[in-house]
Design a protein around this ligand. Structure first.
Ligand code: GLY
Length: 269
């Protein structure tokens, strides 16, 4: 069985940012995931731990690097999905937690629910052993726009998992606004055949239910065509640009963006 992982660091302008540095961090995250997969770990573990590395880096709009909403507060979203059984877990508008992707996984594994929001998500995290932490806004993203981190992995059993973590899009965000990243089918989706994760203006991926659409398209056409068609639909229907990564059960992959940049990395074992 092939093992593989693909990660992205967010589609956007990346104007004054160093995409080279972003790629270095993504490479490290990919190796963390790949090592887990090589040691017979699950695709869920690979996705979670590689995203933890991105959340902890403070270099991306996720975890410690999250952007603020327009009341100056950081509220993060994350979602994770197991393609082998369609189980998913997510948190939205969670505050003061360093690794929202890990809380999302706990939602998936410890509850019968898919999504927990705001202070209830933070309370759930604390009850499950997560420490609270005051994240200092970096405001780096005022200078450029990027958005969200995402990962998809394929393990030795042939199972695909996908995850997203984000501080949301920077700009005029009404406090409590939630994007596509924690919405299964919109910002992320995986089944036994393929997985998809999106990045960009979340509303455009929610309106087009794009991750699910992309996974379904991948059953009919090559992945590289599925990702292009996906972003074409998003632009035609909503006027927005963005990015998407995909991985299938053979370890084949595709990545595409209609924004100026989207650092991403793929590794196959
Ligand atoms: N794509 C992340 C967001 O819109 O919040």
């Amino acid at each position: 069985m092939a093992i593989a992982i693909i990660l992205h660091g967010g589609a956007g302008d990346w104007n004054t940012y160093d995409t080279g540095k972003a790629k270095d961090i993504l490479e490290k995250a990919a190796y963390i995931g790949l090592k887990i997969l090589k040691n017979n770990g699950s695709s869920l573990d690979a996705v979670e731990k590689s995203i933890n590395h991105l959340e902890n880096s403070g270099y991306f709009d996720a975890g410690l690097g999250s952007v603020t909403q327009n009341d100056g507060k950081i509220r993060m979203d994350a979602g994770i999905m197991d393609g082998s059984n369609l189980k998913c877990g997510a948190v939205a508008a969670i505050e003061d937690i360093k690794n929202p992707i890990s809380v999302a996984r706990k939602v998936m594994e410890k509850t019968s629910h898919c999504l927990i929001v705001s202070k209830f998500a933070a309370e759930f995290a604390v009850k499950n052993g997560f420490k609270t932490i005051k994240i200092k806004p970096k405001q780096l993203f005022k200078k450029h726009s990027s958005d969200t981190v995402g990962a998809i992995a394929l393990d030795k059993k042939g199972n695909i998992a996908v995850g997203n973590s984000t501080g949301g899009v920077y700009g005029k965000m009404i406090p409590g606004r939630v994007g596509d990243s924690p919405i299964a089918g919109a910002g992320y989706y995986a089944d036994a055949y393929a997985g998809a994760a999106t990045t960009g203006i979340g509303e455009s991926f929610i309106r087009t239910v794009m991750s699910k659409q992309a996974v379904d398209m991948a059953k009919e056409k090559p992945l590289k065509d599925a990702v292009r068609t996906a972003l074409k639909i998003v632009r035609q229907k909503t006027g927005c640009n963005g990015g998407i990564i995909m991985l299938d059960k053979n370890g084949d992959y595709a990545a595409h963006h209609t924004t100026k940049a989207m650092p991403w990395v793929y590794k196959k074992g």
